[in-house]
Design a protein around this ligand. Structure first.
Ligand code: ATP
Ligand code: MG
Length: 567
């Protein structure tokens, strides 16, 4: 993977499309599609496919359809359908009027199936599912022909029509394409193209009791919509001969080109919707949009921006070979985006009270702070300062080791944008011995945090005025799985046994700069020294502010690169 790849770097699919355009293929049209099955929320892997399909269409002045692959009537899909549309839009893409459903084509698909039967290229099979599996053979052994394979066209037409009318039970018959039971490609061994499912469909109601299967539906839906380039993931490479067979035999007016690319895999997470659904159903996470989920809605709630995800998809590139991408690269992309855009604030997550004993009681000053040193045009703000403040508990040690430069008895440090302070006393809880309050003096000559006499301090701490602090709940996150590959085989137990018990830490009574009280949803902030944070889309209220940490400031990606673990 080439992480230096900048936007617009070429890849093999872009090259294919360019060549097609130069050769005048498809009359210069580029029509792609993104075809999710509405059986779960979209994840970061889908984002790669969305960026690719919508991105290519945009780049070449074409269009990209959003098509729900809703051939399975068994699923209640409304929630998924809505979330998928919302996520694609949020990522910054638009299908315009081109929203389709595979179920829109059930009539046409049925007609195509009848055509196939008429051509002697499909037959009704009455073996059981079990028998069909047995007859199919294995990778090393050819399959055997079903005894029903040579039914006459008329008998097949009659049976298929009766299947449609609901005369049979589920599993009594199926319709199969008649191709080659000895093909080395298992997909070509008379694949099933229709099955009976006596079940209403959420869009077509009771109209159908037979439903087409994926391999038959997908290529024909592509052809019906006039798709030019049907981009899919590598596991469909072995299905391509079937894709082409169906369209060739039926001589559809349009024959899209299927092109496969490697799916995205990420470390420290699972990606298949089935596994993500288990996390939701078993209550491991709070829902599909839990900020620890690799779903688009989870990442959004965590504080990821569409720009950072698009940039990530751009960087990982498009290849033919499967690989695993470090989660740290995704975090790096977010940090890069927010570093430019996020205003800085101060927030104390684990507060320790400091009383500045020589600061006048009742005095309150407003000190000027820079909103973003990366972008001076973002201006400054005033931060209230008073006699009592909070600092981070970790920034004080009573008996510090040698290299601890932050606050300790007798030591002087800088309070960011405020003053130098020196610790002169500490107060302990009588029972536990825990330090509960510090007494410090300040030097009025250091206002703004500048030393008038060139005196140096080794540490600068963030702080919040006690009187004006905003009390908030802050949620810190870590990977859902400690192990890089939670699906690794042979380690014992399934992926759920490898959960990170510390993936969520909830902190109450955090003290934040008062300016954060009117944080708006889908905004993001850097809390100095602590990372990037955003109000929780679901739980944030003015009475009870809740913030999520999106990512820390530590660039683990750079570290991995240095260690030669990522290239
Ligand atoms: P999953 O295996 O996670 O359940 P899926 O492939 O069944 O995913 P679909 O809804 O069928 O999910 O996928 C819609 C589109 O997204 C397909 O074109 C598929 O190839 C693509 N896609 C799914 N997962 C990934 C991934 N990890 N990387 C890139 N593209 C993906
Ligand atoms: Mg699928």
């Amino acid at each position: 993977m080439n992480t230096n790849e900048s936007s617009g770097a070429s890849h093999f699919i872009r090259n294919i499309i360019r060549e097609d355009l130069e050769a005048g293929k498809n009359d210069g049209r580029v029509i792609t599609r993104f075809p999710p099955e509405p059986n779960g929320y979209l994840h970061i892997g889908h984002a790669k496919s969305i960026c690719l399909n919508f991105g290519l269409a945009r780049e070449f002045g074409g269009r990209c359809h959003l098509r729900f692959d809703d051939t399975n009537p068994a699923k209640e899909e409304v929630e998924y359908i809505e979330s998928i549309q919302e996520d694609v839009r949020w990522l910054g893409f638009d299908w315009g009027e081109h929203l389709y459903h595979a179920s829109d084509y059930f009539d046409e698909l049925y007609d195509y199936a009848v055509q196939l039967i008429g051509m002697g290229k499909a037959y009704v099979d009455s073996l059981t599912a079990e028998e069909i599996r047995e007859y199919r053979g294995t990778l090393t052994q050819p399959g055997r022909e079903s005894p029903y394979r040579n039914r006459s066209v008329d008998e097949n037409l009659d049976l298929f029509e009766r299947m449609r009318r609901g005369e049979f039970e589920d599993g009594e018959h199926v319709l199969r394409a008649k191709i080659d039971m000895a093909s080395p490609n298992m997909n070509m061994r008379d694949p099933t193209i229709y099955r009976i499912r006596r079940m209403p469909h959420h869009r077509t109601g009771d109209k159908w009791v037979i439903y087409p299967l994926y391999d038959f539906t997908h290529c024909l839906s592509d052809a019906i919509e006039g798709i030019t380039h049907s981009v899919c993931t590598l596991e469909f490479e072995d299905h391509r001969p079937l894709y082409d067979w169906v369209l060739d035999v039926l001589q559809t007016p349009c024959h899209p080109q299927q092109i496969e690319f490697a799916r995205l895999n990420l470390t420290h997470t699972v990606m298949s919707k089935r596994k993500l659904l288990r996390l939701v159903q078993e209550g491991v996470v709070s829902g599909w949009d839990d900020p620890r989920m690799p779903t688009i809605s989870g990442l959004r709630r965590r504080g990821y921006t569409p720009e950072s995800i698009r940039n990530f998809c751009d960087r990982i590139g498009v290849a033919k070979r499967n690989s695993v991408v470090e989660f740290a690269l995704l975090e790096y992309c977010l940090r890069q985006d927010l570093n430019r855009r996020a205003p800085r604030y101060m927030g104390v997550l684990k507060p320790l009270k400091v009383v500045i004993v020589n600061y006048p009681e009742g005095l309150e000053e407003n000190l000027e702070a820079i909103n973003n040193p990366e972008d001076i045009s973002m201006g400054t703000r005033m931060v209230p300062f008073s006699r009592e403040i909070y600092i981070e508990r970790d920034d004080f040690m009573e008996n510090p080791p040698k290299k601890f430069y932050r606050l300790s008895p007798g030591k002087e440090v800088r309070l960011r944008y405020a003053y130098f302070i020196t610790c002169v006393d500490l107060i302990k809880d009588e029972k536990t011995g825990e330090v509960v309050e510090l007494h410090c003096t300040y030097d009025p000559a250091t206002r703004g945090g500048d030393s008038p006499d060139g005196r140096k301090v080794k540490a600068t701490l963030h702080w919040v005025s006690a009187k004006k602090a905003l009390n908030a709940e802050v949620r810190l996150y870590d990977h859902l799985f400690t192990q890089s590959d939670p699906e690794e085989e042979g380690a014992g137990g399934d992926f759920l046994a490898r959960l990170n018990p510390r993936s969520l830490e909830v902190l109450h009574d955090c003290k934040l700069e008062p300016g954060l009280a009117d944080a708006s949803k889908e905004s993001f902030y850097q809390f100095e020294r602590l990372g990037y944070f955003c109000p929780d889309i679901k739980d944030f209220t003015l009475e009870h502010p809740v913030f999520n940490r999106s990512v820390t400031l530590r660039d683990t990606w750079a570290k991995l690169q240095k260690a030669g673990k990522a290239d």
